[in-house]
Design a protein around this ligand. Structure first.
Ligand SMILES: Nc1ncnc2c1ncn2[C@@H]1O[C@H](COP(=O)(O)OP(=O)(O)OP(=O)(O)O)[C@@H](O)[C@H]1O
Ligand SMILES: [Mg+2]
Length: 269
């Protein structure tokens, strides 16, 4: 089994998807085999990784990976047929594969009350990621059913935040939810890894204070910060890998350092 990490925050716009996509990219550049599970019905990670659906012949997505059959069962390893290549053409893209998402994943959220609902992702992924080093799960901005399923299927949780009060407070809620919920999610060994502060700009007075505040709250679990760069916004906007963008060496270096810490702290299984 790959080591699975759920990337979350209880607030929207906390840079979760950018962290999932760019960390996956940096890990793949470092030679690791990485799976990305897009578990947000917005499907932002899928699009940014260059994945495109075909309206004439819709592809399988996370919604099908965890769908009940006619007997209200989700089968072990059901996600196997849903893993697919990403759309990028850089060489390291071969080491990343994806369970994409479309808005239809929302339909699964309404099934929260059904039998075994919150174990569906764990069951569906079982045996399908043995050849990968890591799986990163991009969570929606909530602590609801989809995020709970992601946490039930993960070994670790990593939080992403902007250097702003409400976002850090929501990262604390995610951390505390992880600490309190492992047992209830059938996953008592689930543990919180740390926090990444994204889009940090030292010219913004509030950011300096918020980064210091995050350090006070998270201590050693503050994994550092990623600078605010329009290059990152543009790469996400145009669904590009950083290697295809000129002058991206500083940003690539930042995510490489993050990937090195990740490799050091997250045990491969
Ligand atoms: N370091 C950065 N510098 C500049 N822009 C960034 C940076 N990191 C992320 N962004 C941009 O911020 C925006 C929001 O990021 P993102 O979509 O990853 O947040 P999110 O937490 O996944 O949002 P949601 O809650 O909607 O899922 C995106 O346009 C993204 O490209
Ligand atoms: Mg997102």
């Amino acid at each position: 089994m790959a080591t699975r990490v759920a990337i979350g925050n209880n607030k929207g716009g906390a840079k979760k998807t950018t962290l999932a996509v760019r960390l996956a990219e940096a890990l793949a550049r470092a030679g690791k085999k990485v799976g990305v599970v897009d578990f947000d019905p917005q499907g932002n990670a899928s699009r940014r990784l260059g994945w495109k659906d075909d309206p004439q012949a819709p592809k399988l997505t996370a919604a099908e990976a965890i769908e009940y059959d006619d007997n209200q069962l989700v089968h072990q390893g059901q996600a196997a047929s849903v893993w697919q290549p990403i759309g990028w053409t850089v060489p390291y893209a071969e080491r990343i594969r994806l369970i994409p998402a479309r808005y239809t994943l929302e339909d699964r959220a309404t099934e929260a009350g059904m039998k075994g609902a919150w174990r569906r992702l764990a069951k569906a992924l079982k045996g399908t990621d043995d050849d990968l080093d890591y799986v990163l799960i991009d969570c929606p901005p909530s602590l609801g059913h989809l995020t709970q399923m992601a946490l039930g299927a993960s070994h670790f949780a990593l939080a992403s935040t902007e250097p702003e009060y409400d976002s850090i407070e929501a990262a604390v809620r995610y951390r505390d939810f992880v600490a309190a919920s492992g047992e209830d999610l059938g996953n008592p060994d689930l543990s919180f890894l740390g926090l990444v502060v994204s889009a940090y700009d030292m010219r913004v007075g509030g950011h300096v204070g918020q980064l210091a505040g995050a350090r006070d709250i998270f201590g050693e679990q503050l994994w550092g910060h990623i600078p605010r760069r329009s290059l990152i916004t543009n790469a996400d906007e145009f669904a590009q890998p950083l290697d295809e963008i000129s002058d991206s060496s500083e940003v690539r270096g930042v995510f490489e350092n993050l990937a090195q810490r990740f490799i050091k702290e997250v045990p491969a299984l």
